[in-house]
Design a protein around this ligand. Structure first.
Ligand code: UD1
Length: 338
């Protein structure tokens, strides 16, 4: 049994599908602040299996303790958290409260239940502005905004926890840029309001919900001047979590591992690939740089291969085709679900 916080979210739900497919039982703990219960009905349709669901908030220790005890879980995958950079600048306390306090409560509760195996969702944002590329795990850590700061604080807290009690088994996964959707088109990314991230915005332009894409700057020191990122298919990312759990079954450690492809694509590369996959035109306008953005960011994914036996398998065309299948089949996300 695996206990999955934030299991109704974008990456969480794709991971729950892969866990169920691999024969694990799953309990999802989610407060639905940025997701909907419909997701779990879709997960059940895809897998033919049902995850247990507890609606609750990590900061509610009593609810969390009851849910974790009742689940009988042997390990926790911790996705739950807020993740919008701009919002974190406006409302930093909400980020420290949800992300950091929520994680403290989770770790205390795990201790109380004697569960000491954890996979944590971190982000390449902890590398700050890259001093060298590709980014390997030993690159210095720094952040530029409260969201990133919460990821880094949690990472440091996990390292301290492991130093205090080496019975813990902790996998910190540093995600690059997750995109795409399950191949069924039944689940995918469903951001609230205006998408901050590139691919959901492009998909909403292609489906007619928005007029054009704003390209945030074309004067970076990259091949075409637009920002370069390491986009990774969300199903590949999900499978990385299963590999991390397998490793932790045999290793008591606290280790950070990149999950990326090692390949960078520009904003215009992504736009063209999406046009190709969707058969739709995606108009765009070049605007000023977005504050806090960096020119290029991509992973050295060699540790994931060496230590987890994992590598990303799905290419850019399938990332776009799968994102389009989800977006065109669900133009308003889960909102109009029946
Ligand atoms: C952003 C966050 C990062 C977070 C990650 C995952 C910022 C500065 N960084 O990363 O901390 O971990 O999301 O949620 O917000 N772009 C456009 N037009 C758009 C949207 C994006 O041109 O409407 C460009 C950006 O300038 C960038 C690229 O597309 O070059 C990717 O942007 P995005 O999807 O927001 O990801 P990151 O900036 O890598």
């Amino acid at each position: 049994m695996i206990f999955v916080t934030g299991g109704a979210g974008y990456i969480g739900s794709h991971t729950v599908v892969e866990l169920l497919n691999a024969g694990h039982e799953v309990t999802v703990f989610d407060n639905f602040c940025n997701s909907q219960p419909e997701v779990l009905r879709r997960v059940a349709r895809i897998t033919g299996k049902q995850a247990n669901l507890v609606q609750g908030d990590l900061r509610d220790s009593a609810a969390l303790l009851a849910a974790l005890r009742a689940s009988g879980a042997k390990a926790v995958i911790h996705f739950a958290g807020l993740k919008a950079v701009g919002e974190s600048v406006q409302n930093p306390l909400a980020y420290y409260d949800n992300n950091v306090v929520g994680t403290v409560r989770l770790l205390e509760t795990m201790n109380e239940c004697g569960i000491k195996t954890l996979v944590f969702s971190s982000s390449a944002t902890v590398y700050g502005d890259p001093q060298r590329l590709p980014l390997s795990e030993d690159h210095p850590l720094s952040t530029t905004n409260p969201y990133g700061q919460t990821k880094l604080v949690i990472e440091e807290m996990l390292r301290d926890l492991y130093r205090s009690d080496p019975a813990w088994r902790i996998g910190i996964l540093r995600y690059f840029n997750p995109v795409g959707a399950h191949v069924s088109g039944l689940i995918g990314e469903d951001p609230l309001g205006t998408p901050n991230n590139l691919l959901p915005f492009v998909a909403q332009v292609a489906v007619g919900r928005r007029e054009f894409l704003n390209v945030w700057g074309d004067d970076y020191a990259t091949a075409d001047g637009t920002g370069v990122r390491d986009y990774i298919h969300v199903v590949d990312l999900a499978l990385g979590h299963l590999k991390a759990l397998e490793r932790l079954a045999h290793h008591a450690e606290c280790r950070a591992i990149n999950l990326g492809t090692g390949v960078g694509y520009s904003v215009l590369d992504m736009l063209r690939a999406f046009e190709q996959a969707s058969g739709k035109r995606v108009p765009y306008q070049v605007g000023p740089r977005r504050s806090g953005d960096i020119a290029a960011c991509y992973a050295d994914p060699s540790q994931a291969l060496a230590l987890l036996g994992w590598r990303a398998e799905r290419d850019l065309a399938s990332m776009c085709a799968d994102a389009w299948r989800w977006q065109s089949g669900n133009p308003n996300g889960y909102a109009q679900a029946t």
